[in-house]
Design a protein around this ligand. Structure first.
Ligand code: SF4
Ligand code: SF4
Ligand code: SF4
Length: 309
């Protein structure tokens, strides 16, 4: 019998749903073995009955539930509880669900400050009342899914990778254990050449091209951070590599931005990155906005409103 799949999206951009499409040809085989029972991005399936006749939010029972996005409002919270109740296995899809992701950068501000900035204080906004009718109340901050309900597996990444989604779905279909997260860092999988000291010249612009003969093997490229290009590989969990195992951004000659999240639940990426920069002779103080830069995808439990100056 096909495995029943339910999917929901909370505070997100939709990129992680596109990753499901990015599975490409193998998706045809996967689809033969699953039955999608609920997926707002794909099918018209209402939460309060198709004609709004329901009195409480309901999703159908499913063998596996995927949730993308962090929890930003009371409706997300209620729906997370309903998905947990109805899905035998619940999976966080992408870094927004796993750690709050980009929306959790707003956790540096109180809810009131954020609303004031977005709806009243921005130079492109006419000062007006705040929206309040028929919209769910915001939670005090963005929460990762597992801060609100029990989660059985995590598929980090912004977006997550088609390989990880396929592996998780096949594990559910075949009744095998869900894939575990890698226990090493992006640096551990990075093939670049390291000399354990910065090349000189300090921290360069993030989008500066690396010194490298394009087309040559990656093993001939010097570590981007040693070249002065900020790379969060030392403080980021591995697992984004494709079939060649090389980290996704490094393969494109770009530095890691940390999208697979911290090395563990208790890790502090800011401390880890400041140590990594100092150890090769770079000054971490050259990085503006360090808390946000080093926790760009992992703000749910790590970023808090900044004290007023
Ligand atoms: S993890 Fe990235 S790609 Fe996925 S929903 Fe969040 S912002 Fe979009
Ligand atoms: S810092 Fe970046 S470029 Fe250098 S080894 Fe780590 S992942 Fe590779
Ligand atoms: S290299 Fe870093 S930013 Fe790029 S996909 Fe991998 S974890 Fe994400």
């Amino acid at each position: 019998m096909a495995a029943r799949l339910a999917e929901e999206w909370f505070a997100i951009c939709g990129g992680c749903e596109v990753t499901i499409l990015d599975i490409g040809e193998p998706l045809i085989d996967v689809l033969k073995q699953i039955q999608i029972v609920h997926m707002p991005v794909l099918m018209d399936h209402k939460l309060f009955g198709q004609t709004g006749e329901g009195t409480k939010m309901e999703v159908p029972e499913a063998d596996v539930g995927l949730i993308a996005g962090g929890i930003r409002n009371e409706e997300n919270k209620e729906l997370a509880l309903e998905m947990r109740k109805k899905c035998k296995i619940l999976i966080s899809l992408g870094s927004c669900a796993c750690f709050g992701g980009i929306p959790a950068l707003a956790n540096q501000y109180s809810k009131e400050e954020m609303l004031e900035k977005v709806y009243r204080d921005s130079v492109t906004t006419e000062k007006n009342g705040l929206p309040h009718e028929q919209i769910p109340a915001l939670t005090d901050r963005v929460y990762a899914l597992h801060e609100v309900v029990k989660v059985d597996a995590f598929l980090p990444g912004c977006p997550t990778t088609p390989e990880m989604v396929t592996a998780a779905l096949l594990a559910v279909i075949e009744g095998k254990p869900l894939p575990a997260l890698a226990a090493k860092s992006v640096c551990d999988e990075c093939p670049t050449r390291r000399e354990k000291k910065a090349a000189g010249g300090g921290v360069r612009g993030h989008l500066d091209p690396p010194e490298f003969k394009f087309g040559a093997p990656l093993t001939e490229m010097r570590c981007l951070m040693e070249q002065g290009i900020l790379c969060l590989g030392p403080a980021t969990r591995a697992g984004c590599g494709g079939s060649d195992g090389n980290p996704r951004c490094i393969r494109a000659y770009m530095p890691c931005e940390g999208c697979f999240g911290p090395l563990s639940d208790k890790a502090n990426p800011m401390v880890d990155m400041m140590g990594a920069l100092s150890s090769i002779g770079l000054d971490p103080k050259q990085i503006p906005d360090r808390a946000a830069t080093f926790n760009r995808f992992a703000g749910s439990g790590r970023l808090r409103p900044m004290p007023k100056r």
